[in-house]
Write a protein that binds this ligand. Structure first.
Ligand code: FES
Ligand SMILES: [Fe+2]
Length: 452
């Protein structure tokens, strides 16, 4: 990968690193990293979004071979708990073992192929609902009804009636699977990301909210809408007063990338000055005829006040650790992506996204949002998943708070992007060199995996 000169191609206004210099607390080293990459400026072929053939190639060369986030460990806390992970036309059972390790199997009976499980749940064995073949949790064949009729079925553990296994690994409380028995070691795959999350231990969080929604667009259209802040000015103009959209820092490593978008600093795209008090009012969504609950006095910094509020919000749960955290960690969107589709946010923004094809439909996706929150004492049970249909607004999911309205604005574009790409005469999309370099990175990696 070629390094991009970090100076010339940047928005006017304060850089993210200069903003960090004003922090009231020590800034962690991870936020001081800068890794701009220039990966070329050629258009990206629209076939990647609209062609059935490309979707088939993704299934064969990406989803059957890549490490992918399946569920949280807390979704399967005890032996026999299992979770279904579905990707394109495939389904896998992720099941907790008696020794608390985790195994994953293709969700298919070895008799005549029925899915073994239709829902998440708990079981003492994996028994097929069709004719009743059963496997122990460890995948060994446990029961064949009318066994006398299958003298040709060998049930010794090491032979063909053992459930085939996927590779399984865990990181940060997440369970990853890989259907490819010859895949690269997970530690190598996750290293870039794992090193950067040493300061933000996601294994110590619990799933406070979990919402999915069906999107009428290819999964990459949905994902890319959350891979840059360049769209904020046109799609979310209401947040420009307090978001440094085009000041975002974009960093690309080999297998992960990030966009950091600072808050409580005004957008450089505004052509007039915004006071510190106006920024705070805008972030808190205070009407012009209302008094602000957090007035910012002349000379004070809205960003420092906002971060102090964040510290006090989390102090009862996270303890005095909040005093060692920077303003940036309370205020900014630190949005990481591990290839291909796993998006944990750093620090206290709590968001994790995942984007997948919706079943075998390359013109539809499932967007998923989890809030990972700190907790005190015993781990709370993970939130039940709420599944929104294609027509339901994110605001139905009140647990997402003010973010839901922003998501609705993002989703409003997605089906229109799909329709536009289906109709355009232009063979490719064009990307900004710096602000959209995370989108470029995704496509560079995808090209390496898919082979075109
Ligand atoms: S298909 Fe599963 S027991 Fe027959
Ligand atoms: Fe957005």
């Amino acid at each position: 990968m070629t390094a991009l000169d970090p100076r010339p191609a940047r928005s006017p206004g304060i850089t993210y690193q200069e903003l960090l210099d004003t922090d009231t607390h020590p800034v962690p080293d991870v936020l001081r990293l800068e890794s701009p990459r220039f990966l070329g400026d050629a258009d990206i072929s629209i076939e990647r979004y609209i062609s059935r053939e490309y979707h088939e190639l993704e299934k064969e060369r990406l989803w059957k071979r890549v490490w992918q986030f399946a569920c949280r460990e807390e979704h399967i806390p005890g032996p026999g708990d299992y979770n279904l992970y579905e990707i394109a036309d495939m389904s896998f059972i992720v099941v907790r073992q008696p020794d608390m390790s985790i195994k994953a199997y293709p969700n298919a009976c070895l008799h005549r192929g029925r899915r073994l499980k239709d829902y998440d749940g708990h079981c003492s064995e994996l028994r097929c609902p069709f004719h009743g073949f059963a496997w122990a949790l460890d995948g060994s064949l446990a029961d064949v009804p009318a066994r006398w009729d299958f003298p040709h079925v060998d049930d010794r553990a090491e032979v063909d009636f053992m459930l085939p296994e996927c590779k399984v690994a865990t990181w940060g409380g997440f369970v990853f699977i890989n259907p490819d028995p010859n895949c690269e070691p997970f530690d190598d795959f996750v290293r870039d990301l794992a090193e950067q999350f040493e300061v933000w231990k996601l294994e110590d969080r619990y799933v406070e909210a979990h919402v999915t929604k069906v999107i009428a667009a290819n999964w990459k259209i949905a994902q890319e809408a959350f891979s840059e802040a360049y769209h904020v000015n046109a799609t979310h103009p209401q947040i420009l007063y307090y978001l440094g959209d085009t000041n975002s820092q974009v960093d690309v490593w080999e297998n992960c990338s990030r966009v950091i978008t600072p808050a409580l600093t005004p957008s450089p795209l505004l052509w007039y000055e915004v006071s510190q008090d106006e920024m705070m009012r805008s972030m808190l969504d205070v009407r012009t005829d209302q008094d602000s609950p957090v007035p910012v006095p002349d000379g004070a910094s809205a960003r420092a006040i906002g971060a102090a509020m964040g510290r006090e919000r989390w102090r009862p749960i996270a303890g005095d650790m909040v005093d060692s955290m920077s303003d940036a960690e309370f205020m900014d969107s630190i949005d990481y992506t591990l290839f291909p589709n796993f998006h944990p946010w750093g620090a206290f923004n709590r968001i994790v996204y995942r984007f997948r094809p919706n079943g075998d439909n390359h013109r539809s996706a499932i967007m998923e949002v989890l809030f990972l929150s700190p907790f005190e004492g015993e781990r709370p049970a993970p939130a039940a998943r709420r599944d929104l249909t294609i027509d339901e607004s994110w605001t139905t999911a009140t647990e997402l708070g003010m973010l839901a309205k922003v998501f609705d604005q993002d989703v409003f574009n997605m089906s229109k992007v799909q329709l536009g790409l289906e109709t355009t005469f232009k063979p490719g999309i064009t990307l900004a060199n710096y602000q959209e370099s995370k989108v470029r990175w995704l496509h560079t990696k995808l090209g390496e995996w898919v082979g075109r």
